[in-house]
Design a protein around this ligand. Structure first.
Ligand SMILES: Cc1ncc(COP(=O)(O)O)c(C=O)c1O
Length: 401
């Protein structure tokens, strides 16, 4: 959770600019706002950071996924391939778009694999929501080949992977639309916030309209604006955008620190027999927010988790039993428990969600433990952590330390 580690004078300055004007709404009020447009500046900063032609800020990473889907034309009745390992928002956004999630296998990148996607394609498949998990990136060459071969729409949920890239292209910019989360746990935070990115002008305009009740944002009289499409309220406030702006400027520094720390952790922990790491298709493009470590199997990973807990090693996620990142615990989705009917109930689930055949995903997540890297760690803290981790792992794997 790097962004929050560096909250300081820069964030306060940006917030104060908004407090001075009292204009917390991102649109209009031109005369009173003293030329303070934090949402616009935030969008420009994100676009510059990732190399996008267009960026559009909204209220959360979750609503950014919804905007990315709508702007890519993904909607009612479409089958959409999603990973069973992601933050649940990805799947929720697909369902609330009226579409039907189809779960496919991931691989050691922790993201959907090209083979997994291929296996899940049916004549009704419209799109893929590719999630770049745990700060890393998917195997983009292979996945883009499948996207092209089957003429699919690619939407990227890079909620956890802003500032990651593959061969020089940022995650989020391979498909029609992409998005990032700026919640409290991300490389940069806005408190709450999200940004949709695209290089497609039409998709950008659609997201801009869709995220604000369809408003076309022309002129300075909101009551007289036209509504090119139906939309809803996914707007970000100026206060949240102000924090996001200051935080986005910190990302290159955070990314550099993360990578330095991750390299040291991998080099030290990699010496322990039985420890390997998630595949990073382009190591130069890692945002390095997580160290993603594999143990030989699920049982070994569980023993390591126990030892970590015994020895006071904190700051890790064992996703296999995590309630919100892995399908094994998504009972409400699998059992179709909803407040009000969705298209999954109306049209029928495209798969038997209770009996999904995803052995590769099960064994991959079963042996994965991810550590949230703190960009502010001092060398002594890091060394102490690595030493405690090594001791716990060797004990758990039955080796002498
Ligand atoms: C992959 C992914 N997508 C979407 C989201 C949702 O973002 P938010 O919490 O900003 O709504 C998250 C949040 O953790 C995420 O990890």
């Amino acid at each position: 959770m790097a962004g929050t580690e560096f909250y300081g004078a820069e964030e306060k300055k940006e917030i104060n600019d908004v407090l001075e004007t009292g204009i917390f709404f991102r649109f209009n009020h031109d005369a009173q706002r003293n030329n303070i447009w934090k949402a616009r500046e935030f969008e420009s900063e994100v676009a510059k950071l990732v190399g996008a032609k267009y960026a559009h800020a909204v209220s959360s990473g979750s609503t950014a996924v919804s905007c990315a889907l709508a702007a890519a034309g993904v909607g009612a009745g479409d089958e959409v391939i999603v990973p069973p390992f992601t933050y649940i928002a990805t799947v929720e956004a697909v369902i609330f778009a009226g579409a039907l999630p189809v779960f496919a296998e991931i691989d050691e990148t922790l993201c959907l694999s090209a083979a997994g996607i291929k296996k899940a394609i049916t004549p009704k498949t419209k799109a893929i929501v590719l999630v770049h998990m745990c700060g890393q990136m998917a195997q983009m060459d292979e996945i883009m080949a499948v996207v092209k071969e089957h003429d699919l729409t690619l939407v990227e949920d890079a909620g956890q992977a802003m500032a990651a890239s593959y061969k020089g292209v940022s995650t989020g910019l391979f498909g029609k639309t992409g998005c990032y989360s700026f919640d409290f746990f991300k490389i940069a935070t806005a408190g709450e916030g999200g940004v949709m990115v695209t290089n497609d002008e039409t998709a950008y305009k659609l997201a801009d309209n869709y995220s604000d009740h369809g408003h076309d944002h022309q002129g300075n009289n909101r009551g007289m604006e036209n509504h090119p499409v139906l939309g809803f309220n996914y707007r970000i406030s100026e206060l949240h955008a102000a924090i996001g702006l200051a935080q986005t400027r910190r990302v290159p520094m955070i990314r550099e620190n993360n990578n330095r720390i991750k390299t040291q952790m991998m080099s030290e922990l990699g010496k322990i027999p039985g420890v390997t790491f998630a595949t990073i298709p382009d190591p130069n493009g890692d945002s390095a927010t997580f160290l993603n470590m594999f143990l030989p199997n699920t049982e070994a990973a569980k023993r390591v988790v126990e030892e970590f807990n015994k020895n006071g090693v904190a700051g890790f996620n064992y996703w296999f039993t995590n309630m919100y990142h892995f399908i094994n615990q998504w009972n409400h989705i699998k059992e179709g428990k909803v407040a009000a009917k969705t298209n999954v109930q109306l049209l029928g689930a495209p798969q038997d969600y209770m009996n999904l055949d995803i052995p590769k995903t099960q064994e991959t997540i079963g042996r994965l433990i991810s550590f949230g890297i703190k960009a502010s760690w001092k060398q002594e803290e890091l060394e102490e952590l690595i030493s405690k981790m090594s001791m716990s792992i060797t004990t758990a794997l039955g080796q002498t330390a």
